[in-house]
Ligand binder design. Structure first.
Ligand code: HEM
Ligand code: HEM
Length: 189
């Protein structure tokens, strides 16, 4: 017996929220974990003195993992530019969609501004940034003390700013998942 095709109205009656693809989801959570971990590591690092037992290790991993954010962010941004993103989640007000878009743009800007300001701090006297395996990222220029101080202050505000933005962003994701039932979190997990 031939199969009766499902009427179009029925097919569209259960809205299936479009999800980000697997690579986009993996990149999102990897970068999010790195950034939140780096904020904690950065905070810890600044609580220690130069002679503290953990200072050198904390600084080494903060710098190496921080520099790793750059290629990951570049991959995420190029990928989404080439492949696009899922259509906006249904049921969000126009201002909510605009706020989400602005937050995502700010995150992308921070993913570059944070490692670059960290790079300026660390290479300001001409020293390279050491990486695991004896590798190093060379100092491309010697920014000097004044630029270092400006970079330290910028890095501080951007570092705690990204944590604040992540808190608002996560709260919005939970609200639109559980309170509004818009299935927003589901798109990214
Ligand atoms: C997304 C990446 C990064 C995040 C989220 C981040 C975040 C932070 C935070 C929150 C602090 C503590 C600021 C304070 O309390 O004064 C800090 C300190 C620091 N970060 Fe980063 N960081 C990142 C990448 C980097 C990179 C790539 C480098 C160097 C190559 C770097 C070098 C430093 C240094 C040297 C400090 C200590 C600054 C001081 O002496 O006050 N960071 N970072
Ligand atoms: C520092 C941490 C984080 C960063 C940098 C970040 C960044 C981003 C960016 C850039 C996007 C847009 C992705 C794209 O369009 O390609 C996004 C989407 C999303 N993020 Fe995050 N995120 C962070 C933490 C979190 C946390 C903690 C949660 C939830 C608990 C979360 C949930 C989501 C969800 C559900 C979306 C999809 C939103 C939609 O469908 O419009 N994110 N995030």
């Amino acid at each position: 017996m031939p199969k009766t095709p499902t009427p179009a109205a029925e097919r569209t009656s259960t809205p299936v929220p479009q999800r980000y693809d697997g690579v986009a989801r993996a990149l999102h959570w990897l970068i999010a974990a790195l950034i939140l971990g780096l904020v904690a590591l950065g905070w810890w690092l600044t609580q220690m003195s130069y002679y503290d037992r953990w200072y050198q290790d904390a600084l080494f991993w903060h710098r190496a993992l921080g520099m790793a954010v750059l290629p990951l962010a570049a991959w995420q941004i190029v990928r989404r530019a080439v492949r696009g993103t899922p259509a906006p989640a249904p049921g969000l007000a126009a201002w909510e969609r605009a706020a989400a878009k602005a937050a995502h743009r700010a995150f992308f800007a921070l993913m570059f501004a944070l490692p670059l300001s960290g790079y300026v701090i660390s290479t300001s006297a001409g020293a390279p940034v050491p990486l695991p395996g004896g590798l190093a990222i060379p100092a491309l220029f010697e920014a000097g003390d004044a630029a270092r101080d400006a970079a330290v202050s910028l890095h501080y505000w951007l570092g705690y700013g990204v944590a604040a933005l992540a808190a608002v962003h996560a709260a919005a994701a939970f609200k639109h998942q559980w309170l509004d039932g818009a299935g927003v979190l589901r798109r990214m997990v």
